[in-house]
Design a protein around this ligand. Sequence first.
Ligand code: SF4
Ligand code: SF4
Ligand code: SF4
Ligand code: SF4
Length: 292
Amino acid sequence: MTAYLTPNPKLGRAIEAAVHAEGNLCWTCNSCLTECPVNIATNRMQPLKIVRMATLGLLDELLRLPEIWYCITCNRCSYVCPMSVKPAAIIRYLRQEVARHKLVAYATITRYRELFSRFQRTRWHMAQHCLNGFDLSLNAALWHQWLETPVQPSADKIASEDLFRGSKAFRKAAADNSLRACLTCCECASACPIFCERSVFDPVWIFRMANWGLADELLDSPSIWLCIACQRCTDACSQQIKGHHMIRRLQELAVEEGFVGRDFPSCWKKADYTLYPFVLEEIDALFGFPAC
Ligand code: SF4
Ligand code: SF4
Ligand code: SF4
Ligand code: SF4
């Protein structure tokens, strides 16, 4: 016999009040679904489903949903939503509720955070392989090797004669984004969901390098391709530096100035997506979700 889910309007209103997500405005246009990178890569992430379940007040079911841990918090679903619904905010709230009600052991959540950090290592290694022009298909052995291999920080010391050598377009991008006003307060790094190891990705490092005109070092780096464009660095910056714009511009300059080929951004995106099924398998194993 089919078990029907019973809507709980009171709980739906409570979720709505907690996150101001405007779930009632959703008109099921599917934009969040088709833009979600995890869904594109794996077909296993449905922000629309989460919005509908939240509106119906199905909190118990939501708190057991694997998808709330699959989300990489890129916020893309919220940006593309034509109705100002915020699926990403609902997912963040649900994770907090899981922790608050101790539905998952604290140690598991800690290991989840560590896994997400090591996932960024695999993305860095993949970006480096793509920059090296390697035609590679990912397999489990390589995934595990990358997961466990820290990125070595650059041993090169920056000499004063290396500074301020970027092209006119490079210097204009730094000026347009007010990088000189940076206080190196690191609020952007604290807010950045993928800042885990400096050698892998550090927005402050990127902004300082850009401000110093270190174009070659940046435009050749795998790190600039890891940004998931969530805009949290921009939202956190008291100096109104638009960090996410700057990184997007660096990616464009890498193409314009011949550091990568014109097809690199789309090839990188495809290569990046091949990593997601692997990380979802790790998440399933960590939380004890049934294997797909
Ligand atoms: S925030 Fe999560 S659900 Fe939304 S698009 Fe990004 S990965 Fe998908
Ligand atoms: S993009 Fe917005 S309106 Fe469209 S399905 Fe997703 S939440 Fe609903
Ligand atoms: S938050 Fe703004 S001022 Fe602070 S380090 Fe980042 S870019 Fe610089
Ligand atoms: S947009 Fe900013 S906060 Fe988001 S991933 Fe990129 S650097 Fe980090």
